[in-house]
Structures are given as structure tokens and as C-alpha cells.
Design a protein around this ligand. Structure first.
Ligand SMILES: [Zn+2]
Length: 213
């Protein structure tokens, strides 16, 4: 393999990890490239057998998304990134399901989680159909969003050879909520198709043409 390819690949990898550093005022951290060599032992070969099929709540689906804190809004709605090694789920190994913080859609399960060493929760697979991939605004990375509500999750990287699936969903902890195995998953918020961005005075129309019968 030509050496230039290796250099290019390294640059891509470093810039992928480097993304969140921009939001970090602290600049004392060493170049992340040096850490790459130490993080190859990430794959865990044994799966957790006690992971059962999660139970979904049977209530009618709510139509309002969960209320988000300022920081959650910054990440989920403004495509922000939490600082590396600060998320609550980066090292969590418990069995369970990771749902969307905004709409409760199940996104990832603990059986696909692995230690990437990159500072954010990493999964090498997602719940089928739950995560949407698109080219990032930066033109070269692949952004991942919740397929149900469009909330920003993070980015997905390929070809890093960290797991057999050769895929790393690098997800902000704050974009998700962990539901331990055995607990009931909350109902997924289903918004009507036409989402009104502005929430003005939300009084019901006094002259509603509702003639039932
Ligand atoms: Zn969502």
C-alpha cells in the first residue's frame, strides 16, 4: 500500500476524532493521533446473553417531543458536539437500549456498543431503520440523525477496523437516553407530518369546522 494512502487515512481519522475538540477551549490535550495506536484492543468478543427483547409501552403515541435542556437542544437541534470523554454513556457497559433523547425512538442496543477510545459512545450497528445517514455539511463526514425526529446524533465512520463490522457510530451521549434491560421503553413520539416550526399562541380555533355528525 502506498505510504501516501496511509497518511491520508490517518488524516481523516484524526479529523474525525478532532471534531469535538473545536468546541473545547482546553488545548492541553496531546495530538489524538498518538492515542490511536493504543486503542486497537477495543473489540469485545463476548456478547451479553441477558439482553432480552425490550418491551415497548402500549400507551398511545404522544405527539410532543420531549423537552430538551439548552445543551441537549444545542447537540440535537443545532448539530453540536459534546466534549470528548464527558458524556455519561461513553464507558457504560450495562445491557439495555439507547433511545433518542428527543423522541424516544430506540436507536442502539448495548450488544453493538464497543470501546472506541475516541471519547464518545461507539456502536458498530444501529437498530434497523432507526438511524439516517447523510453527507455532513463539511462535505466529507457522514452525519447520523434520528430517523424519526431528525435529531442530530453524531457521525458514522467506516474502514477503521475496530470491529468486525468495520463501522463506528460515534454518538453524543446527550442525544440518547439509556433504558436498562427489563425496563419498559417509553412510547415513541410521533409528530404529525407537517411540523410547524413556530409555536405561537396555540389556542384552538374558536370557529372550528368540526361538525361531528
Ligand atoms: Zn428522535
Amino acid at each position: 500500500m502506498p505510504r501516501t494512502w496511509f497518511v491520508l487515512l490517518s488524516l481523516v481519522l484524526v479529523s474525525g476524532c478532532n471534531d469535538a475538540m473545536e468546541a473545547t477551549p482546553v488545548s492541553s490535550a496531546p495530538a489524538p493521533a498518538a492515542a490511536d495506536t493504543e486503542q486497537k484492543s477495543a473489540t469485545t468478543s463476548e456478547s451479553t446473553p441477558e439482553t432480552k427483547e425490550p418491551v415497548v409501552a402500549e400507551q398511545p403515541a404522544p405527539t410532543e417531543y420531549n423537552t430538551l435542556s439548552d445543551f441537549e437542544s444545542y447537540v440535537l437541534l443545532e448539530k453540536g458536539t459534546e466534549r470528548a470523554y464527558t458524556g455519561e454513556y461513553t464507558d457504560l457497559e450495562d445491557a439495555g437500549t439507547y433511545i433518542c433523547r428527543r423522541c424516544n425512538a430506540p436507536l442502539y442496543t448495548s450488544k453493538d456498543k464497543f470501546h472506541s477510545g475516541c471519547g464518545w459512545p461507539a456502536f458498530d450497528d444501529a437498530v434497523e431503520g432507526a438511524v439516517h445517514q447523510s453527507v455532513d455539511a463539511d462535505g466529507y463526514r457522514t452525519e447520523i440523525t434520528c430517523n424519526n425526529c431528525g435529531g442530530h446524533l453524531g457521525h458514522v465512520f467506516f474502514g477503521e477496523r475496530m470491529t468486525k463490522k468495520d463501522t463506528r457510530h460515534c454518538v453524543n451521549s446527550v442525544s440518547m437516553k439509556f433504558v436498562p434491560a427489563g425496563q419498559t421503553l417509553p412510547a415513541v413520539v410521533k409528530k404529525p407530518k407537517e411540523e410547524t416550526p413556530k409555536s405561537g399562541t396555540d389556542k384552538s380555533d374558536p370557529k372550528s369546522p368540526d361538525a361531528a355528525g
